[in-house]
Design a binder for this molecule. Structure first.
Ligand SMILES: NC(=O)c1ccc[n+]([C@@H]2O[C@H](COP(=O)([O-])OP(=O)(O)OC[C@H]3O[C@@H](n4cnc5c(N)ncnc54)[C@H](OP(=O)(O)O)[C@@H]3O)[C@@H](O)[C@H]2O)c1
Length: 399
């Protein structure tokens, strides 16, 4: 019998393999698998990528061949027992003579959760569930939110000073103040809030998401490109989503021009003033340049794009995770509409002060401490002198 630490070591490896699917596997989950023979030696591994079709455990079985008989499967997610794009993996595992399955967590899809384990147990396979569960759950939290509710997991990200300012007063914004916003083009480095190392991490975060979302105010003030510059492969382009109730998005913005010149179909603008003659003309103009434009209902009382409708639409496009990198207006709109699942807030050791500086979130704010959005399950990250707080407003696996 393998020792506890040997089991964990193999599961860590399975999780590492699963991470190879980041940028590739969505809208399906990240899954990695390791098979050991009856002596505990690794005889096969597999990682799921959507385009590769085959599931991680099948790839591991194929690599192991007949030596898999009597062996153990280590996997971060429950093997499936139903016919999907591929036949049930449980059948293949049973047929190959796998004796023991060590899995981190059940499938978060309520329609199938637990069935894979049941089928394996019914065939006499010894099944253990729950080791490294926390890591496994975090890895597939976007998939969980999407498969359980049909909407993407929403992460609110911002870069701010220690006193919670995301930009200096508008008149002082001679150039970009954050993110990748640089009217002068890439390479601008004079006016960022956070350091290069923190900004490089933002690109890792972008890589982990299916969509980015900002308000048109950020486009107007910063003229950003909003691209994934992690350098890692993606199966689908990062969808760049703009909330723009009255279609103010400038045709000459870098974002629109990047679509017009590169022909990518990766910018989606939501507006809420469908039917107004001027807006229909602008819509036609943007669409002609290759921008997707969708009308959504107007929210009460300001007539702006209704965020829950936007997220449902993104869910229909199989977007499992969306990162809001907006300005103060959109940050507050998202918080007040209760659509934020988690935050990733970067802080630089700077103090901007002043009532004119732009706060993290505008609007009326929550009126009482008892109503404040409560961030739980906090993880702290250091990036040189900067740091980030990652935490949850809602359990992605909850109701
Ligand atoms: N440090 C950071 O992390 C960071 C990140 C981004 C931006 N910024 C800074 O933030 C500032 C821009 O702030 P901002 O508030 O203008 O930008 P924003 O929140 O990105 O955009 C606001 C605009 O989005 C439109 N919008 C559409 N639907 C909306 C909805 N449901 N709720 C709210 N707004 C909606 C509104 O214009 P319509 O009413 O016309 O639709 C609104 O004026 C800039 O100074 C920029 O540098 C900082």
């Amino acid at each position: 019998m393998p020792t506890h630490s040997a089991d964990e070591q193999h599961l860590h490896r399975a999780l590492e393999l699963a991470r190879q699917g980041i940028g590739l596997a969505s809208p399906n989950p990240y899954v990695g698998a390791v098979i050991t023979d009856s002596g505990g030696n690794v005889v096969g591994t597999g990682a799921y990528t959507y385009a590769g079709v085959k599931h991680a455990e099948i790839l591991a079985l194929e690599a192991a061949g007949t030596i898999a008989r009597g062996g153990t499967l280590y996997i971060n997610l429950e093997p499936h027992a139903h016919q999907g794009r591929t036949p049930p993996c449980t059948d293949a595992l049973i047929a190959a003579g796998i004796r023991r399955v060590v899995a981190s967590m059940p499938d978060p899809n309520p329609k199938v959760s637990g069935r894979g384990f049941e089928k394996l147990r019914a065939a006499g396979v010894h099944v253990e569930v729950g080791r490294l569960e926390e890591q496994a759950r975090r890895l597939n939290e976007g998939f969980a939110r999407y498969i359980r509710h049909g909407v993407p997991l929403v992460t609110l990200k911002a870069a701010m000073t220690l006193d919670g300012k995301i930009a200096p007063p508008p008149a002082n914004q001679d150039a970009a103040s954050q993110g990748d916003a640089s009217p002068a083009g890439d390479g601008f480095s004079g006016n960022w809030i956070t350091s290069e190392i923190a900004r490089a991490h933002v690109h890792e975060l972008r890589h982990q998401h299916d969509a980015l979302l900002v308000g048109v105010g950020t486009i107007l003030s910063d003229n950003p490109l909003l691209t994934d510059r992690s350098g890692r492969p993606r199966r689908r382009p990062l969808l760049r989503v703009i909330l723009d109730s009255r279609l103010r998005l400038p045709v000459e913005s870098r974002l629109v021009q990047s679509v017009a010149t590169e022909g990518n179909n990766d910018v989606l603008v939501f507006f809420s003033s469908a039917g107004r003659k001027d807006d229909e003309q602008k819509r036609a103009q943007l669409e002609q340049l290759g921008i997707q434009v969708e009308a959504v209902p107007a929210s009460e009382p300001d007539g702006r794009t209704d965020l829950p409708s936007v997220l449902r639409h993104l869910g229909q496009l199989e977007i499992t995770s969306a990162m809001i990198e907006g300005g103060a207006a959109v940050n507050w709109a998202a918080l007040s509409a209760n659509v934020v699942d988690k935050v990733f807030l970067y802080y630089a050791p700077k103090i901007l002060a002043g009532t004119g500086s732009i706060p993290f979130a505008a609007g009326t704010g929550f009126r009482h401490i008892s109503q404040a959005a409560q961030v739980k399950n906090i993880h702290l990250h250091r990036f040189g002198e900067d740091f980030a707080v990652e935490g949850y407003l809602r359990d992605p696996y909850g109701e």
